[in-house]
Design a protein around this ligand. Structure first.
Ligand SMILES: CC(C)(COP(=O)(O)OP(=O)(O)OC[C@H]1O[C@@H](n2cnc3c(N)ncnc32)[C@H](O)[C@@H]1OP(=O)(O)O)[C@@H](O)C(=O)NCCC(=O)NCCS
Length: 292
């Protein structure tokens, strides 16, 4: 029997949905774990559609999440539909619900599209801006590149004002609660480079369902970015993802020598505004398509 044909109602996702939400993102081989979903549902809002699968189980069949940043925009993410429920309009229905919610708040919707999602978003009026690409390093890959000698140090609570001052114009809005939650999840990856009493860059990381992720990483200069990356890779010998902005491909040879291999491209898309917020010149690694 095929998955049920009844037309479900959109409902709000809560902490009670965390296991089902991880099952849903795992069905697309995505890396989010319970902590990721918990953070997104705490800082933002999610909606889902339920269904009954081929085994007769009640399942969370589809999801969408919005994460407000400042007053002008919200990230729109976790647009996921279980394979057995695809091509029934579930993604379109949830996306329209999220867009109506954001429209009522006067917010633009920003997202990072996979090639699969791109087809859905274009039809709903999203437009392309810049892009980035995901790379993966397997566990145990030897780090043949030495750190470049630029000192990094652990991030401390005193760094947050300077991090916010670097991050907000680059990202387009303050996202301090998110950054602070990431720093708590993987303190071993949270580092800064400071020179002449000025913060020149920072990096954060987090655990994931099947690999860690390094990012966001902000630094205007490549040598600062390399110092932060080298530290993060030494601190985390396990499998890792990074989402490198196309505008910072000058760092790709370094990443490839560190064992990173191309996975897939993402396109930053906007709805309700003409361009992506912020100025990505200082962004090296995005936080990830689900966070911005
Ligand atoms: C992408 C995804 C969310 C689409 O979900 P869905 O519920 O099947 O999409 P919908 O049925 O609402 O599709 C709406 C329209 O988008 C287009 N579309 C959807 N999936 C498509 C695909 N695989 N290829 C081409 N066009 C597609 C179609 O035009 C479709 O309308 P139609 O079926 O009337 O022709 C789903 O395939 C999925 O979960 N993929 C894995 C995770 C992912 O990549 N998510 C996107 C994150 S950015």
């Amino acid at each position: 029997m095929a998955a049920t044909e009844r037309s479900p109602a959109i409902r709000l996702l809560t902490a009670a949905d965390l296991d089902a939400a991880v099952e849903l993102s795992a069905s697309a081989h995505w890396n989010q774990n319970r902590a990721d979903w918990r953070t997104m549902l705490q800082l933002g809002q999610g909606w889902g559609l339920d269904g009954v699968d081929d085994a007769g189980r009640e399942v969370l069949a589809a999801s969408v999440v919005v994460l407000p940043y400042g007053t002008a925009f919200a990230w729109t993410s976790m647009v996921l539909v279980l394979p057995a429920f695809q091509r029934r309009g579930y993604a379109r229905q949830l996306l329209r619900h999220a867009l109506a919610h954001l429209g009522a708040q006067g917010r633009a919707a920003i997202l990072d599209a996979t090639p699969a999602g791109h087809a859905v978003y274009v039809q709903e009026g999203f437009a392309d801006t810049w892009g980035f690409a995901r790379y993966r390093r397997e566990a145990g890959a030897a780090l043949t590149r030495r750190p470049n000698g630029l000192p990094t140090r652990p991030l401390t609570d005193r760094d947050w004002p300077a991090i916010e001052a670097l991050d907000t114009p680059a990202f387009g809005a303050s996202r301090l609660p998110l950054l602070q939650s990431l720093a708590q999840r993987w303190p071993q990856a949270a580092r800064v480079v400071e020179a002449g009493g000025r913060l020149r860059g920072y990096v954060l990381g987090r655990d994931g369902r099947e690999a860690g992720q390094i990012g966001p990483l902000l630094a205007k200069d490549d040598d600062v970015a390399i110092a932060l990356l080298a530290h993060a890779l030494h601190a985390e010998p396990g499998a890792l993802y990074v989402d490198l902005l196309d505008s910072r491909r000058s760092l790709l040879p370094w990443l490839e020598q560190a064992g990173f291999v191309f996975q897939r491209p993402f396109t930053r898309m906007v709805h309700g505004t003409r361009s992506a917020p912020g100025d990505p010149a200082a962004i090296v690694l995005a936080a990830g398509p689900e966070l911005g």
